[in-house]
Design a protein around this ligand. Structure first.
Ligand code: GLN
Length: 286
């Protein structure tokens, strides 16, 4: 089929679901990823033909069902690095890149070898980008989902870094491997599930219907369940100069300050993301 005609079909089928520009952006992303055809090439060769367009039609079907483009491509970019993503992992968010950047800038506080753990690592995006950017760090990643960890391991290979991944539930110490009891960490970081059921109505279909609920949702009655457990863990497992970093629910900044204060953390700092939402917090042990 002619690429121009295919583009026309994309618009015919998808313009009811998305903005025209968004449809074009999906279309050219797919063309570029799968066929290495860039927008400029089509402008210069309007009669360009795609020999095998079956993949494009499959993608069109999935886009009609509001599946995220990152799952269709099977890959995305985070902190300038490639990451595989599947329906078992959240799609890394730009806000989370800001959290990683904060930690990378903070690591000057540690001039020796340091140890970092990412709790609820998912695709491994936080752990792997920290390992890549802090070469003297030994990095660990923990997740309850074996399916997510499979992807995280592939992502560590893809990015040529060594991260020690472990399958465990941070809420249940009987599932913890020995290393978790034995070691101390200089940085503990987490982007745990934090969306309350009551916030579901604010979410877009592409997130709600396709991203893993295990990684997103918490009960309305106890939205800080993971934060409480991880803060407790951090009070015991951080080194003296250690720091705890969280990505947080934008509506629960005050509750998070309270939680860290109550647990005697120092230099507590709440930070907004690029959308001016309270999105991350840091506390230090001493
Ligand atoms: N930021 C994600 C969202 O907007 C939620 C991530 C999480 O729950 N940790 O859907």
């Amino acid at each position: 089929m002619k690429v121009k005609e295919l583009q026309h079909t994309f618009h015919q089928e998808l313009d009811v679901h998305y903005d025209k520009e968004e449809v074009d952006s999906f279309f050219f992303m797919l063309l570029s990823y799968w066929y290495h055809i860039e927008r400029i090439k089509l402008a210069l060769e309007p009669n360009l033909i795609l020999e095998d367009d079956s993949k494009m039609f499959k993608a069109l079907d999935r886009l009609k069902k509001q599946q995220p483009i990152q799952y269709i491509l099977g890959e995305t970019e985070f902190f300038g690095l490639p990451f595989k993503v599947t329906e078992f992992t959240l799609i890394p968010r730009p806000e989370t890149e800001e959290l990683v950047e904060w930690i990378v800038n903070h690591q000057g506080e540690f001039n020796k070898k340091m140890r970092i753990i990412d709790i609820g690592t998912g695709s491994g995006c936080i752990a792997i980008s920290l390992a890549k950017n802090i070469p003297n760090a030994e990095v660990f990643g923990l997740d309850v989902s074996a399916d997510a960890l499979k992807i995280a391991r592939q992502n560590a290979d893809l990015n040529k870094v060594n991260v020690h991944f472990m399958e465990a539930n941070i809420l249940d110490s009987t599932t913890w491997p020995d290393v978790l009891f034995q070691m101390e960490f200089d940085v503990i970081v987490s982007n745990p599930p934090y969306v309350r059921e009551l916030e579901k109505s604010l979410m877009k279909a592409n997130v709600l219907d396709h991203e893993p609920h295990l990684a997103l949702f918490v009960k309305d009655e106890d939205p800080l369940v993971f934060y409480k457990a991880i803060t407790q863990f951090a009070t015991k497992k951080l080194t003296d100069k250690g720091a705890l970093f969280f990505e947080i629910n934008e509506y629960l900044g005050n509750e998070m300050i309270h939680l860290l204060t109550e647990n005697k953390f120092k230099n507590i700092l709440l930070k907004q993301d690029m959308f001016k939402k309270d999105r991350m917090i840091k506390g230090e042990k001493n």
